[in-house]
Design a protein around this ligand. Structure first.
Ligand code: ADP
Ligand code: MG
Length: 676
């Protein structure tokens, strides 16, 4: 069996199962072994019953106390019993397992591992795994069991078994890193790492395996970036854009004064475009810092020189929003420049007309989505390409975009908070500008971290805000196990909420499985205030600007990385009204509260990310992925900053020595499907 073999060659994987694997993007054995667990169950030492904490999965050892009882309806039989140790007693329940009454008839000592919840104010362990007699727990203790992201119909067990079989039967490929690099950085060998990431015998093995794989992933990415940089570096500026008095005039006439940071960045951009070499610049700025206007100034300068500038956004909604704002600005200031919209959902006829106007040079500012880089589009004189919310685009897409011109200026806008040292590595081919100041007129967002007991109060508060004409967002609990469940979840939640809110309020909902056109429709209804509460998964996160929305409530806030929560929070606080963010947590655990309190105290994205990292420490690899935005398979740029730095050093080394290995791996360029 080789990596390219179809997974249906594995025992026990028939047509149906293989289709389910397909849904996860797994078709070959190679895909399967690179489908890394999303987490691990750790079988830790049992804890005293007296110290159990609500919301956690824990293990206890105790003596069976009293009788085992079966109650509930025929449909859902509940078996309950009590176990006891020196520190307390614990109620334990199982669903649909009445036969346990016989199992435990002998009494004695038992070890149980499960989630601790609060039922009618009593701490209860729900549906735990059973080790009876207790000695059985010894075999599993300290081991890490992989937990895979699943899809409906596919169990964790099935995936685990398939991986195990694949690793056993696969003619494993040889080492992929040069030996010198591997030894220099003390990295585990490839095959060891692959086994170790799926089935680590202990935490030590897991750390070694993970470090090795993350290193490789970063190295690939960095090398791809270096290639891109080499190609672009010091390219002669074919499109010299001098400072334009009309643009300066526009800046003076804007309804607001640019912040100091916006002025500084605009200076940097216009200096770049007027210089001898072509611009490659990243503009980083927190949500709401006003990046768009800076990009628009650049586009306008280009257009006024008779050339074309294009801005690409990650979603249709955002593209339309930019287009509407730009057209409005041009009209208000009577600037004779033609803007054009180009998105995937336009009809063939609409598209053709747009293509024509772009090709003949009539359209000067082109706003769109991925449609902008498709083959059918030809530009007349493309001098500037802007990508908004860059973290959603891959390096290759950016390159494809740039190829549409001769060598156009490149401007990349990103709200991802990254410390400068990391940004230099991750955006290796770009100069960096930072907008580190928010417009002065903003009221800071008021935050609160609350538990689910506060939900009724929160709904009441929303009703009140809506009665004052405002709008709200609710981010639904995430369902990591499956996208399918996530959709159901959002639908159920909004139905429930509609009931709760009554007929005077319209609740809309948004999720990742909807068609683009549907999403756009919902977003536009929300923008027109035809929907007052928008229930959504995290698809809402990027760039949307509805100034009238003042409340953001995030369910299960403990499951998100702080940087992502901060992005979500950035959807409110964009207008003149006071805005609020409610972080609802399902857990009362102390650390959760402490983490979320960082958000409570700060509105500064950069600070938040580094604080979170400090609080959790680099050792916490089971934690939540911090960035949520950068799509590395395993690596996390915050958490694994040290590995990233090492990989960067290794890239330098390999390039310096002009290592043979670089030539031997031609496909390195194409594996960088990483998103930044
Ligand atoms: P982001 O940096 O998140 O992309 P936007 O560019 O969407 O932020 O700007 C958010 C809002 O702030 C917009 O409505 C924009 O018009 C407004 N804005 C931008 N710059 C300023 C400023 N200097 N003063 C006041 N409001 C501004
Ligand atoms: Mg933006």
């Amino acid at each position: 069996m080789i990596e390219k073999s179809s997974i249906s060659e594995l025992k026990g994987i028939g047509e149906k199962t293989s289709r389910l694997f397909g849904k996860l993007g797994i078709t070959t054995v190679g895909d399967l072994i690179r489908y890394y667990p999303r987490g691990y169950d750790v079988y830790e030492d049992p804890v005293p019953i007296g110290s159990l904490e609500e919301g956690k999965v824990q293990t206890v050892t105790g003596v069976i106390y009293g009788r085992v009882q079966v109650s509930g309806s025929r449909k859902l039989q509940v078996t309950s019993m009590t176990v006891k140790d020196l520190t307390g007693t614990l109620k334990v329940i199982w669903f649909r397992m009445p036969f346990l009454r016989n199992t435990f008839a002998g009494g004695g000592q038992v070890t149980l591992r499960g989630r601790v919840v609060s039922r009618r104010q009593v701490l209860t362990m729900e549906h735990p795994e059973i080790f009876y007699p207790s000695e059985k727990y010894e075999e599993k203790k300290d081991s890490l069991q992989p937990v895979y992201a699943l899809t409906a119909g596919l169990s964790n067990h099935t995936v685990g078994k398939a991986v195990q079989q694949a690793l056993g039967e696969l003619r494993l490929s040889k080492e992929t890193l040069p030996e010198e690099i591997r030894l220099k950085y003390g990295l585990a060998e490839y095959n060891f790492a692959l086994r170790g990431i799926h089935f680590p015998e202990d935490k030590q093995v897991f750390y070694q395996a993970r470090e090795r794989l993350v290193f490789e992933e970063f190295l690939e990415f960095i090398l791809a970036l270096r290639k891109l940089r080499d190609k672009n570096e010091r390219a002669v500026n074919e499109y010299v854009i001098p400072e334009n008095p009309q643009v300066e005039e526009l800046i003076r006439r804007l309804p607001f004064e640019l912040t100091g940071a916006q002025k500084k960045v605009w200076q940097e951009i216009s200096a770049d475009m007027a210089s001898d070499t072509v611009m490659s610049r990243l503009v980083q700025g927190d949500v709401g810092s006003g990046k768009t206007i800076v990009a628009v100034l650049a586009l306008l300068s280009v257009a006024l020189e008779g050339m074309q500038g294009a801005i690409m956004a990650p979603t249709e909604v955002l593209a339309r929003q930019h287009f509407a704002n730009i057209t409005k600005l041009l009209a208000e200031h009577q600037i004779p420049v033609k803007a054009e919209l180009l998105t995937g959902s336009m009809t063939a006829k609409e598209k053709r007309r747009a293509y024509d106007r772009i090709e003949c040079g009539y359209a000067k500012i082109i706003v769109g989505t991925h449609a902008l880089i498709q083959g059918a589009v030809n530009y007349d004189q493309l001098a500037l390409v802007v990508t908004d919310e860059q973290h959603r685009f891959g390096v290759r897409q950016r390159e494809a975009f740039a190829k549409k011109g001769g060598v156009p200026h490149v401007l990349v806008m990103s709200a991802t908070p990254i410390p400068r040292t990391l940004a230099i590595i991750l955006y290796g081919d770009l100069d960096i500008s930072v907008i580190d100041e928010l417009p002065a007129n903003r009221l800071p967002i008021k935050n609160c971290v609350v538990d689910t007991g506060y939900r009724a109060t929160a709904y009441h508060f929303m009703k009140k805000q809506i009665s004052e004409g405002r709008q709200c967002y609710i981010i639904c609990p995430m369902v990591e196990e499956s996208e399918h469940l996530e959709v159901e979840n959002v639908l159920d939640y909004s139905a429930m909420l509609q009931e709760e809110m009554g007929s005077g309020i319209v609740v809309g909902c948004l999720h990742g499985k909807m068609k683009q056109a549907e999403k756009d429709e919902i977003m536009e209804q929300f923008a027109r205030n035809e929907i007052q509460i928008l229930v959504s998964t995290t698809v809402i996160e990027v760039g949307i600007d509805v100034a009238n929305a003042t409340v953001m409530m995030i369910e299960n806030a403990e499951r998100f990385g702080l940087a992502q929560l901060h992005q979500l929070r950035g959807r409110v606080g964009r207008g003149k009204h006071q805005s609020y963010c409610i972080f609802m947590t399902g857990l009362k655990a102390k650390e959760t509260k402490e983490r979320l309190d960082i958000l409570n105290k700060s509105n500064d994205g950069f600070k938040i990310a580094s604080e979170d990292l400090r609080l959790r420490g680099p050792g916490d690899l089971f934690g939540i992925r911090q960035s949520g935005l950068m799509d590395f398979r395993l690596g996390d740029v915050y958490q694994d900053a040290k590995i990233l730095q090492k990989a960067n050093e290794a890239a330098d080394l390999l390039i310096q020595e002009n290592s043979e290995w670089l030539q031997k791996i031609p496909e390195y360029e194409s594996t960088a499907s990483v998103i930044i």
